[in-house]
Design a protein around this ligand. Structure first.
Ligand code: HEC
Ligand code: HEC
Ligand code: HEC
Ligand code: HEC
Length: 222
């Protein structure tokens, strides 16, 4: 049954429980749908579980890496914003992506000790070195100059020089996060600002197209 046909059935409201299941399974697309090996054929369980997870934020169910991430060749951005050196201790979701994408933890390692897939990330999808060096990657887990003013995110404040750059005041297509302090000027960016791990219509789970650098221009005005 193709997607269009299923959606038409949905519109007619004649879908039984059996008809809804394939739609749910499609909610997570591509490489991130590991349901063919996961316990009970579940899609979400590799990343989230409703009970018994060791950490509440995002009900995270995948074993986290022991790495403390940093950039070996960079301490501050050219905007004079300090780069993070211990993303692990922070509340944002970047460390969750890196729990698979730093190559140190088995892809199917769940919080309860189950390991349904022992392979580890290799190749071009590996984002850090084995010791957690983020060298060569766009900054993450750092403040976004939301509303074109300095923001403080996870204890880091936007540098003076970054305020000379052009910024979209309130980005919409990408996702800007808020930290535990919760104020109007506590906004920042994570891997998931640019990527939606559940899938999008664009390649690489990107939240916007890279054609004409649209994605970059969702935040930068130059
Ligand atoms: C490959 C890992 C992965 C899988 C599989 C996954 N998620 Fe997520 N999910 C994440 C990450 C990382 C975040 C945090 C980033 C964000 O804000 O989207 C998240 C955030 C969420 C959120 C809160 C933020 C939001 O988007 O509303 C919900 C709800 C959620 N996931 C539901 C689900 C459900 C339901 C499934 C299964 C159908 C699922 N996820 C499968 C990784 C995953
Ligand atoms: C549970 C493990 C896991 C988590 C958590 C996870 N990924 Fe992945 N990701 C994978 C696997 C497996 C692949 C495919 C790797 C391969 O084929 O080499 C992949 C591939 C990708 C790709 C390449 C596109 C594709 O379809 O192959 C992108 C982009 C990506 N992930 C981004 C993210 C981001 C961003 C996060 C956090 C928001 C994240 N991933 C969290 C396991 C994970
Ligand atoms: C500022 C936006 C942005 C942020 C933040 C970002 N990415 Fe990406 N990512 C991209 C774009 C654009 C691409 C596709 C172009 C490319 O391959 O360079 C990509 C590609 C990828 C790929 C596929 C690599 C390949 O060679 O096929 C993976 C995996 C990935 N990102 C993971 C991550 C992870 C993990 C983080 C956080 C540490 C992250 N991304 C943060 C924009 C971003
Ligand atoms: C979700 C918002 C967002 C998106 C999308 C985004 N950026 Fe950024 N970018 C930032 C933030 C925030 C900074 C850090 C600014 C600071 O405080 O110095 C930054 C910094 C930079 C820097 C400066 C790094 C340095 O050496 O100081 C460059 C270059 C850059 N981004 C390029 C890009 C490109 C290219 C893209 C598209 C692939 C992109 N950005 C997409 C938010 C974003």
């Amino acid at each position: 049954m193709n997607r269009r046909w299923r959606l038409q059935l949905g519109a007619l409201a004649v879908v039984g429980a059996w008809g809804l299941l394939p739609l749910v399974a499609e909610a997570v697309t591509g490489s991130h749908n590991m349901s063919s090996k996961a316990p009970g054929g579940q899609v979400c369980i590799v990343c989230h579980a409703p009970h018994g997870v060791p950490k509440s934020p995002l009900l995270w169910n995948h074993v986290l890496s022991a790495n403390n991430y940093s950039w070996s060749d960079w301490v501050k951005t050219t905007g004079d914003t300090t780069l993070p050196t211990n993303i692990q201790s922070w509340s944002g979701s970047t460390k969750m992506c890196l729990s698979c994408h730093d190559g140190t933890v088995a892809l199917g390692a769940l919080a309860d000790g189950t390991v349904f897939d022992t392979r580890k990330m290799t190749g071009h999808n590996l984002i850090t070195t084995p010791s957690g060096d983020l060298k060569g990657n766009h900054p993450v887990a750092i403040p976004y100059p939301y509303n074109r003013v300095k923001n403080t995110y996870n204890g880091i404040t936007t540098g003076d020089l970054a305020m000379q750059s052009g910024w979209v005041a309130t980005p919409t297509k990408v996702k800007i996060y808020i930290d535990a302090a919760g104020g109007a000027n506590n906004r920042g960016i994570e891997c998931a600002s640019c990527h939606d791990p559940h899938g999008t219509a664009n390649p690489n789970y990107l939240r916007d197209s890279t054609s004409g650098s649209a994605l970059c221009l969702d935040c930068h005005t130059k």
